[in-house]
Design a binder for this molecule. Structure first.
Ligand SMILES: Cc1cc2nc3c(=O)[nH]c(=O)nc-3n(C[C@H](O)[C@H](O)[C@H](O)COP(=O)(O)OP(=O)(O)OC[C@H]3O[C@@H](n4cnc5c(N)ncnc54)[C@H](O)[C@@H]3O)c2cc1C
Length: 421
């Protein structure tokens, strides 16, 4: 319905961005349909995504997929974790998006790296993704036996001899995982079954009139010119790109690389997520030993995902133009292989990169109505390293705000846009 007007008796929510936040919000909105704040009229929902390849092409399709009760911010996790569990039951998440509970721990030890063939350092690879900030517990003194080291009996795909210590991070049932690409695209497909309209296009502006959102301007895929779509409510869920659409938002972008590996036939990868601290030997270039910290995620289907540190490579115009530095991927592969011969001898399937959206003031994410900018504009962005975990809580909160006028399922006032804007 390009170029037509909308009013609150004919509510139309336009969601900008088809990552996990946009798609999950579309799912909750299309499922709920109506509420007192929209005068119980059925709500039309449209999602606009810039990628030529559809939703989940950014961080939401290339993340690890950890879902944890011990993640942060607590207020949003309290809403999100039970929703993840409910969604998995309702839609057979186990088969549809790889939902399962996993062991999770910090692993400390030494890497066995052949320095002759070692990958050069990729430039500027130093930013922590900071997921480990949420982890309780600490390191253990060096031990000798498997039991003393704390290695679980079924964690057989890391080298026991190179292990100094393993510490579980949470009790059983408090850590789970999803395959983020499958979860995001499932939310999108389920929302479409409930009536979601989809547009492939690059949003250029949110147009306001008399202090309220009125239209969303976008360039349809394959077109040189822009058009507009009327909106009574706009949800900005464009991840790291959010400040390109609403200027002045304190969101920064960090590029991070990741790889996926399948071990050799016959090797079984037990379900553990490891936050590693690997001490590598000194090299010809440096007499100092150095520590690297890839995060390693076993996944259903005997797949292993691993990601490295972040860098400051500037954000391109669209997700389709994100570049991959082969050296950064090679470094992750070697670091993971340095503690696991099962993975060293495996097959690398994906080498990829994406942008983590962080809130520059340190807090985050930002979830709520930005009525100081325009009434009817809802921000759902800046989810840092916990956007997969916190998507259902965010989607539920935005749905309640739009349909009921307030968040009823929790208290996330500290995430309101007015706190940072
Ligand atoms: C390496 C790595 C590992 C991670 N692991 C985990 C994990 O284990 N658990 C966890 O909870 N979180 C994890 N995260 C964080 C998580 O991936 C992000 O917080 C989450 O994906 C953010 O989702 P989003 O929908 O806000 O953004 P995105 O996934 O970036 O989606 C934004 C979408 O908006 C679209 N868009 C942008 N601009 C426009 C425009 N102008 N018009 C139309 N569309 C537009 C983009 O194309 C994109 O599809 C990880 C992140 C990284 C980088």
């Amino acid at each position: 319905m390009p170029n037509e007007r909308a009013d609150t008796t004919n509510p139309h929510v336009v969601i900008i961005g088809g990552g996990i936040i946009g798609c999950t919000t579309a799912y909750y909105l299309t499922k709920a349909k109506s509420g007192p704040a929209t005068k119980n009229t059925l709500v039309k929902v449209t999602l606009i995504e810039a990628s030529q390849h559809g939703p989940a092409q950014g961080a939401s399709g290339k993340a690890g997929g950890l879902v944890a009760k011990w993640a942060y911010p607590k207020e949003l996790v309290r809403m999100s974790y039970p929703e993840h569990e409910k969604l998995a039951v309702e839609h057979n998440g186990k088969d549809r998006w790889g939902w399962r509970y996993v062991g999770c721990g910090s692993w400390e030890g030494r890497g066995d790296l052949d320095l002759e063939g070692a990958a050069d350092e990729a430039e500027g690879q130093s930013k922590s993704l900071e997921k480990e900030l949420g982890l309780p517990g600490g390191s253990k003194p060096r031990a000798t036996g498997r039991m003393e080291k704390g290695l679980p009996d079924d964690l057989l795909w890391v080298d026991e001899n190179l292990t100094d210590a393993y510490s579980p991070m949470a009790k059983e049932g408090d850590t789970a995982q999803v395959h983020p690409y499958l979860f995001t695209t499932s939310m999108f497909e389920l929302a479409k079954e409930n009536g979601l309209a989809y547009i492939q296009g690059l949003v250029t502006k949110v147009v306001e009139e008399n202090g309220r959102v009125a239209e969303v301007e976008y360039r349809p895929s394959g077109s040189e010119t822009t058009t507009t779509i009327a909106a009574t409510h706009v949800v900005l869920a464009a991840g790291a790109w959010s400040p390109r659409i609403v200027e002045g938002l304190p969101i920064e972008a960090t590029r991070a690389h990741s790889v996926t590996i399948h071990p050799q036939v016959g090797v079984q990868i037990s379900p553990y997520v490891l936050f590693t601290e690997i001490i590598l030997p000194s090299s010809k270039e440096s007499i100092f030993r150095r520590t690297v910290s890839p995060e390693i995620y076993a996944r259903p289907g005997n797949e292993v995902y691993a990601c490295g540190p972040g860098d400051d490579t500037p954000l391109p115009t669209t997700v389709d133009e994100v570049t991959v530095d082969p050296k950064a991927c090679e470094a992750i592969i070697q670091h993971v292989g340095s503690i696991s011969k099962e993975l060293k001898n495996g097959t690398v399937d994906k080498r990829q990169a994406c942008y983590l959206p962080t809130v520059s003031t340190g807090a985050g994410p930002i979830v709520g109505e930005a009525d100081r900018i325009a009434k009817g504009l809802y921000l759902a962005t800046g989810h840092t390293c916990w956007g997969i975990c916190n998507a259902p809580g965010t989607a539920l909160a935005i749905t309640e705000l739009i349909l009921q006028g307030e968040v009823l399922s929790g208290n996330i006032k500290k995430l309101r846009p007015s706190v940072v804007l």
